[in-house]
Design a protein around this ligand. Structure first.
Ligand code: IPE
Ligand code: IPE
Ligand code: MG
Ligand code: MG
Ligand code: MG
Length: 304
């Protein structure tokens, strides 16, 4: 496997998010609550879980969707990008907990609960999630009505009929044979929901037309599924060192994945088919959607 090269335009979007993420988390609390050292530990655990080693795919999708609609990159997008990355990072901190996937390696480092203990990791996830919504509710440069749409979009994607619901189905589908349609539903919820939200949030900030929003949603549906298909492929075909997380876990724990259902070649073909479906939705946008096109290709060729 060789590393796909990300166009500089995309790397710049990931760096834009990186540059602001810790600042948007806010300062450590000790200056407000003197002597409360353990509150600083919680801040540190949040910062630890946001830093380094991650791809920032969802922030890139926020920016890419807005660029497609001809928007300039502004602070509302920065807040939306940071919010979705915080929400996603929270989902990973909890996904790695012993009660869930029980993973001790993430983003090239020991997982949050390995470093800070389970209780702090649970609270760090909670705090990252809350901060995401706080950011959206105070996003600059957009109207109250659009801010409310951002909050609703992320809340729906994170909850019962989104990521959290998908995570439950994932747990229940472990060590069981499920049909492809059920797996698709599982993936569309646990991973697809946040990816669809990222694209929708970019479109909301950009003031996208209904036609643009619909095309972007179809793009996001395909790319969201493709993202988790590639994650399943990398669990089998990838290397822990490149992934920054332990490879081979899905088979070892009996997870239902695209590889377990379709085989490695079948999963690879499905990932490519989904990426092509995603690309076909962008025809109306012209060059402004080049960042999204590059992202769709990157998502199914990435090695981490
Ligand atoms: C991993 O997400 C979890 C899934 C939803 C498949 P990413 O592969 O985006 O992880 P990071 O953010 O780059 O670490
Ligand atoms: C995680 O899926 C999805 C969410 C965190 C919502 P996985 O369990 O497959 O992700 P990895 O492989 O641990 O990154
Ligand atoms: Mg999981
Ligand atoms: Mg996991
Ligand atoms: Mg996985």
């Amino acid at each position: 496997l060789t590393t796909p090269t990300l166009p500089a335009s995309l790397t710049a979007l990931a760096q834009r998010c990186d540059a602001q993420l810790l600042q948007l988390l806010g300062p450590a609390q000790s200056e407000f609550a003197s002597g409360a050292a353990n509150i600083d530990t919680l801040h540190e655990a949040c910062a630890y879980s946001l830093s380094n080693g991650d791809k920032r795919v969802r922030p890139m999708l926020v920016y890419g969707a807005a660029l497609s609609c001809g928007a300039e990159l502004d602070e509302s997008l920065d807040y939306a990008a940071a919010a979705i990355e915080m929400l996603h990072s929270y989902s990973l901190v909890h996904d790695d907990l012993p009660a869930m996937d029980n993973d001790d390696w993430r983003r090239g480092k020991p997982t949050c609960h390995v470093v800070y203990g389970e209780a702090v990791a649970i609270l760090a996830g909670d705090a990252l999630q809350s901060r995401a919504f706080e950011l959206l509710s105070t996003a600059p440069d957009i109207s109250d009505a659009l801010r409310l749409q951002l909050v609703q979009t992320l809340a729906a994607a994170a909850g019962l009929r989104g990521m959290a619901g998908g995570q439950l189905i994932d747990m229940e589908a472990t060590a069981q044979n499920i049909a492809l349609a059920q797996l698709q539903n599982l993936h569309a919820l646990k991973t697809g929901a946040l990816i669809r939200a990222a694209v929708a949030m970019g479109a909301i900030c950009a003031g996208a037309s209904p036609t643009q929003q619909q095309a972007l949603q179809r793009f996001a549906e395909a790319v969201g599924l493709a993202f988790q298909v590639q994650d399943d492929i990398l669990d089998v075909a990838g290397e822990s060192a490149a992934l920054g997380k332990t490879a081979g876990k899905d088979q070892a724990t009996g997870k239902s994945t695209y590889v377990s259902l379709l085989g490695l070649d079948g999963a690879r073909a499905e990932a490519r088919r989904l990426a092509d479906t995603a690309l076909a939705q962008l025809d109306q946008f012209g060059e402004s959607a080049d960042a999204l096109r590059a992202l769709a290709n990157y998502i199914v060729t990435r090695i981490r």
